[in-house]
Each structure stands twice: as structure tokens, then as C-alpha cells.
Write a protein that binds this ligand. Structure first.
Ligand SMILES: NC(=O)c1ccc[n+]([C@@H]2O[C@H](COP(=O)([O-])OP(=O)(O)OC[C@H]3O[C@@H](n4cnc5c(N)ncnc54)[C@H](O)[C@@H]3O)[C@@H](O)[C@H]2O)c1
Length: 247
């Protein structure tokens, strides 16, 4: 028997890479997305069509995952949206949508998971997904960065409250990662500027983010909680610009 893990946003990008990684590591993966067409089929991968902003659907997906194998061991909240616009042109609807999916969706999934984990009494791991934008803003990201900053704070609250029950909560803050989300949101000129600000000089592959998520979800990180893991090629550590040629 294996424990189950819920991965939201599991049909694309970082979430899909995480589904593959956790499946390889022996988890029964419940992949939640509002579009499940692209999900692989396997006896240990259960696609669930659900919207993370819908309380009833989230509760049902998490409770169903807890009925599999040895029960729910972890959740990973990858579902997210980004809408770039200058703050003066950001509509209230777009700002609210960012908060709804990225922050409220994370809250609903983690709350549902905490409830079933507390009831089972076997601990667990909550892995939330923020962004370097949640740590230091960025242009045209009022809604997105606000939601991702909220995810950092929420994760710390979860770690503090749930730690005594053996439930850990950690946040992964990816830097620029090559996924459908950024391919739509970032034109080539923006991508070049982003790459120039990353000491490792490229976008992350989704598998590189999934590897850190899997570490935090699993049993190799049992004394790690309440932390933010920047997986950003050094972007937040570097100067943001270069004086001359590459070394
Ligand atoms: N790609 C990057 O450069 C990058 C950087 C930092 C953080 N992130 C974060 O990583 C996460 C994954 O991003 P990605 O680049 O893989 O995006 P992606 O667009 O490839 O995948 C996001 C998935 O979330 C799903 N989704 C969106 N809204 C949903 C909802 N309401 N309910 C259920 N599913 C929903 C989409 O259908 C999609 O499958 C997001 O939270 C994003 O903010 C991405």
C-alpha cells in the first residue's frame, strides 16, 4: 500500500512534472485540474476534474484521495493563473481572479488536507507553490505577486498551527520555468531580459522544480517545515544585471 498525494494543476507544466515524479516515487497521485485531458492514465494516477476555487469540489477531491491506499500523505498546490498588466490597467476582476485561484485555492486545498490528516493522526506534508514574484514583486504583477506573497504567509501559518500534529508545510518559490503559463505570458524580449537576470542563465525545466517538491512532500525532509524554497537559478541572490561578459 502507498499513501496518496493530491497535486492541483496536475495537467500541465510544473504540476504535470510533479505528477510524474511522485508517481515514480510510489505515491498514488490524485491529479486535480479544471482540464484533465492531458493527464497520463495509470492505476496509481487518478485524474479529478475540479476547480480549486470551489470549496465543495476541493473537499470531495481531498476526501476521495484520503480513501486511497494508506490515506492522504501530502498535497501539492500547483494550480495557478497569471495575468500581467500595469497596476493602473489591472481590472478588479483580474486582481480578484489571481487571489481566488492562487491564494484562496491554496487555502481550500490545504484546509481540506489538514482536516483529513488531523483525523487520521498520521501527519503529512503540505507543499504550496509561490513564486519569486511573491518574494520581491516585479513589474505588471499586482494581482499575481500579491497572491503569491499571501501563499508564503499562509504556509508559515500552516506550519505553526499544524506542526504539533506532525503535519509539515513548506513553500516552493520557482523562478522562471519553461511551461505553457510563461510561454503565453512572456514575449521573447521579456524572456531574454529574464534570462539575463538569472546567474545560471536559463529557465528551469519543470522536472527541476518537481524534484524539490518531491523532496518536501516525502520522507527525506521530516524535520523541514515553515520554509520557502527558492528554485530560481540564483535569480533572487544575483544582482539582477551584469557588468560585462559572462565568466
Ligand atoms: N512557470 C513559471 O515560470 C512559474 C514561476 C513561478 C511560479 N509558478 C507557479 O507554478 C504553478 C504552476 O505553473 P505552471 O507554469 O506549471 O502553469 P501551467 O499553466 O502550465 O499549469 C497550471 C495548471 O493549473 C490549472 N488551473 C488553473 N486554474 C485552475 C483552477 N481554478 N482549478 C484547477 N486547476 C486550475 C491549469 O488548467 C493548468 O493545468 C503556478 O502556481 C504558478 O504561479 C510558475
Amino acid at each position: 500500500m502507498s499513501r496518496s498525494v493530491v497535486v492541483t494543476g496536475g495537467a500541465s507544466g510544473i504540476g504535470l512534472a510533479t505528477v510524474h515524479r511522485l508517481h515514480r516515487e510510489g505515491w498514488h497521485v490524485v491529479a486535480v485540474d479544471r482540464n484533465t485531458d492531458a493527464l497520463p492514465e495509470d492505476e496509481r494516477i487518478t485524474p479529478v476534474l475540479a476547480d480549486v476555487t470551489d470549496e465543495t469540489q476541493v473537499d470531495a477531491a481531498v476526501e476521495a484521495a484520503d480513501r486511497l491506499g494508506d490515506g492522504l500523505g501530502a498535497v501539492v498546490t500547483c494550480a495557478g493563473v497569471v495575468r500581467n498588466a500595469p497596476v493602473t490597467e489591472t481590472t478588479l476582476a483580474d486582481f480578484r481572479r489571481s487571489l481566488d485561484v492562487n491564494l484562496t485555492g491554496t487555502f481550500l486545498v490545504c484546509r481540506a488536507a489538514a482536516r483529513v490528516m488531523l483525523q487520521r493522526g498520521a501527519g503529512g506534508s503540505l507543499v504550496t507553490i509561490s513564486s519569486v514574484s511573491g518574494l520581491r514583486g516585479g513589474e505588471q504583477r499586482a494581482g499575481y505577486a500579491s497572491s503569491k506573497g499571501g501563499v508564503l504567509a499562509l504556509t508559515q501559518v500552516l506550519a505553526g498551527e499544524l506542526g504539533p500534529a506532525g503535519i509539515r508545510a513548506n513553500c516552493v518559490a520557482p523562478g522562471a520555468t519553461d511551461t505553457p503559463l510563461v510561454r503565453v505570458a512572456q514575449p521573447p524580449a521579456v524572456r531574454d531580459a529574464v534570462v539575463a537576470s538569472i546567474p545560471l542563465g536559463r529557465y528551469a525545466h519543470t522536472e527541476e522544480i518537481a524534484a524539490v517538491i518531491a523532496f518536501l512532500a516525502g520522507s527525506e525532509s521530516t524535520f523541514v517545515t515553515g520554509q520557502t524554497w527558492c528554485v530560481d537559478g540564483g535569480q533572487t541572490a544575483g544582482p539582477g544585471w551584469r557588468l560585462g561578459e559572462k565568466p
